[in-house]
Design a protein around this ligand. Structure first.
Ligand code: ADP
Ligand code: ADP
Ligand code: ZN
Length: 210
């Protein structure tokens, strides 16, 4: 069993690419952001603890995240590994992950800061199937209708606004980007230029995973 990590700043395209490579890898997407948003919506103790951090664009404490992951990898669909999206985000999380499961590839989707705000402020997702869209760069084929499932319940995230993006970007640079070096030293870090067409990026990721 071996897992993959999709790494990169907020809005880099981790979720978009995870959905596109899911069939080729055969691994389920595990997004800590999605898990936390579900916990907030359900009002669980984890959700109540995470809510303020998320709204202000700060990282949720490591122990909360590590407990979520420890439970998630016990699920039967995770028995051959998973595709982590947005985890790990600190060196402490990566150290904990190394005790939990083997990671074969860390795919870093690199996008300059100047592109991030426009990516995030135009993002919307399908509330039924979690497909990701963008007002300008990747709109649904029929306005108001999800390409993947035909649903019409589009959502925007509370933290996808210009103010919070700046906090999320500083959290990325201060706490998450040191992980690049950590994984590079282990020889499993693959850099992909994420400032290109979505399909080109998908091709490069699949090539890196071969
Ligand atoms: P992340 O999971 O890394 O936060 P998403 O996959 O949600 O990023 O993508 C952020 C936004 O940018 C979405 O609105 C998505 O449609 C859009 N997007 C993703 N990849 C690209 C790309 N290569 N070029 C332009 N827009 C993109
Ligand atoms: P994005 O990649 O677009 O920034 P995510 O959905 O991955 O968004 O994360 C949204 C928020 O959830 C983060 O700003 C942070 O507050 C919290 N979060 C998600 N994953 C983690 C993690 N691994 N460690 C700490 N906080 C996390
Ligand atoms: Zn959908």
């Amino acid at each position: 069993m071996s897992s993959i990590v999709l790494f990169g700043p907020p809005g880099a395209g981790k979720g978009t690419q995870a959905q596109r490579i899911m069939d080729s890898t055969g691994l389920p997407q595990v997004s800590t952001g999605d898990m936390l948003r579900a916990a907030v919506a359900a009002g669980t103790p984890t959700g109540m603890e995470a809510k303020n951090y998320m709204e202000s664009g700060q990282l949720v404490p490591d122990e909360v995240i590590i407990n979520l992951i420890r439970d998630r990898v016990q699920d039967t669909d995770a028995s051959n590994g998973v595709m982590f999206d947005g985890f790990p985000r600190t060196v402490a999380q990566a150290e904990a992950l190394a005790e939990i499961t083997e990671v074969s590839h860390v795919i870093a989707i690199e996008v300059p800061d100047g592109r991030i705000v426009e990516r995030i402020c135009g993002r919307y997702t399908c509330g039924d199937c979690s497909a990701v869209f963008h007002d300008t760069f990747n709109p649904s084929n029929v306005e108001g209708v999800c390409d993947s499932c035909g649903g019409n319940d589009f959502k925007r995230r509370a933290d996808d606004n210009a103010n919070t993006v700046l906090s999320r970007l500083s959290a990325y640079h201060e706490q998450t980007s040191p992980l690049a070096e950590w994984y590079d030293q282990r020889g499993i870090f693959f850099r992909i230029d994420g400032d290109r067409a979505i399909d080109e990026i998908t091709e490069d990721i699949l090539r890196a995973l071969k």
